[in-house]
Design a protein around this ligand. Structure first.
Ligand code: PLP
Length: 426
């Protein structure tokens, strides 16, 4: 299988994976396949599609921009869509995030954040702050810096020797029966211990409120606030990787706004263009920016990509921003819409750790086999879901819903019914 095609697919064992389903059209939450089957996209196509497929307003904005200016070098030259987008983002980002740096995907947004934090200290003449702190279970992308900052796993083990050193803390995820406050206290105590005994940390990077690829692990806003206090006391830079949590996913524009926290650096991508164009942003506060704002050319942030701030991407993001603004009450309401389904889910003895943050609902399945991403139940569910008209992609034994915000009440009930039926077959 997959042998007679020039395409080498992402995260895919090319020898053992079945041929992919060919999609010919998208509309709202629906994907239409070549064979005529319709599939409901419950995971927003890897979490990027926040407003539904082929949204006419975003499509129109891209078409209009394409006929005006498709791309231009972003050093020495500028353009309206990038400037407009930067101003809009600053309005919704947490207080202090005033500097917008463009790149093209979540991994590069993280690379830029790590470089900003590392160079910040060099620019200040502080040479010993060179290590990063991160969390177990974290996923920050697949480029080298992003892999190094992420949790070490089967996906990265081949490259282990090439990574810079990172110290990890446990992510205080909310689980059935756990005393979450004391779990958080232990993590914070570990962090404080590290900060006191070792002054070598440039920054701490984390996925605020929800760790995505690591299994939809959720922590409390209280934890983010306590972490911020500790970081401030110890002069530690905080990087929020909001690549997945941004643009309404967690029930507000950003997880930082849910928690009321003010990180130094924020990474964004996925939902930024509504899933239309690859685009990313790393924002920073003036604390970071000021250390680069200097007569000395060596203090420049020497980073950029050919497609940095691509006008089509920025135009899509501006249109998507407006739709996100209109959808505020919609993404805030998801917990209510999940309520009855959560009750039905909890009746299954197979189901544990049901958790919800904003538009994201996740639960674990108590099935035999290794706990985590490689549990074989994910393949079985993926196939059965597809047969019943649902696009789902469990993270091992963790199932989750992350639909586009435009999903209607009827569509959601339809999905719930099918998921419950699917669970009965396990
Ligand atoms: C997806 C993701 C990334 C990587 O983004 P890509 O666009 O896939 O490179 C980084 N961080 C988080 C939290 C993500 O979910």
């Amino acid at each position: 299988m997959n042998k007679n095609t020039p395409i080498w697919r992402p995260f895919t064992n090319m020898k053992h994976s079945p041929d992919p389903h060919k999609v010919i059209r998208g509309n709202g939450v629906w994907l239409e396949l070549e064979n005529g089957q319709k599939i409901m996209d419950l995971i927003s196509s890897w979490w990027v599609n926040v407003h539904g497929h082929a949204h006419p307003e975003i499509a129109e904005a891209i078409a209009k921009q394409a006929k005006t200016l498709e791309h231009v070098i972003f050093a020495g030259y500028s353009h309206e869509p990038a400037e407009k987008l930067a101003n809009l983002l600053v309005q919704e980002l947490p207080k202090g995030q005033r500097r917008i740096f463009f790149s093209d995907n979540g991994s590069t947004a993280v690379e830029v954040a790590l470089k900003m934090a590392y160079q910040h200290w060099k620019n200040l003449g502080v040479d010993h702050k060179q290590r990063f702190l991160a969390f177990e279970g974290a996923y920050h992308g697949d480029t080298f810096g992003a892999m190094a900052a992420g949790s070490r796993s089967v996906f990265t083990q081949t490259f282990d020797d090439l990574f810079f050193e990172v110290d990890y803390l446990p992510y205080p995820k909310i689980e059935d029966g756990d005393e979450i406050a004391s779990t958080e206290f232990e993590v914070l105590a570990k962090l404080e211990e590290k900060l006191v005994e070792n002054h070598a940390y440039a920054a701490i990077i984390l996925e605020p409120l929800v760790q995505g690829a690591g299994g939809m692990n959720m922590c409390r806003p209280e934890f983010l606030r306590a972490l911020e206090q500790l970081a401030q006391k110890n002069d530690l830079i905080i990087i929020y990787d909001e690549v997945m949590t941004g643009f309404g996913r967690t029930g507000d524009w950003f997880a930082s706004r849910v928690a009321g926290t003010n990180p130094d650096i924020v990474c964004m991508s996925k939902g930024i263009t509504g899933g239309f164009m690859p685009l990313a942003v790393t924002s920073a506060n003036d604390r970071i920016f000021e250390s680069f704002y200097d007569d000395d050319a060596n203090k420049t942030l020497y980073h950029g990509h050919s497609y940095t701030a691509n006008p089509l991407g920025c135009a899509a993001a501006v249109a998507s921003w407006q739709l996100t603004k209109q959808a505020e009450s919609v993404f805030r309401n998801f917990p209510d819409r999940y309520e009855k389904f959560v009750e039905e889910l909890s009746a299954f003895s197979l189901v544990s750790n049901i958790r919800n943050r904003g538009t994201i609902l996740a639960w674990d399945l108590q099935v035999p086999g290794q706990w985590g991403y490689l549990n074989p139940v994910s393949t079985i569910i993926k196939e059965r879901a597809h047969e019943s008209g649902l696009l789902m992609r469990p993270l091992g034994n963790t199932m989750y819903l992350m639909p586009p915000y435009c999903i209607t009440e009827e569509e959601l009930s339809w999905a719930f019914e099918r998921i419950l039926a699917l669970l009965k077959t396990l």
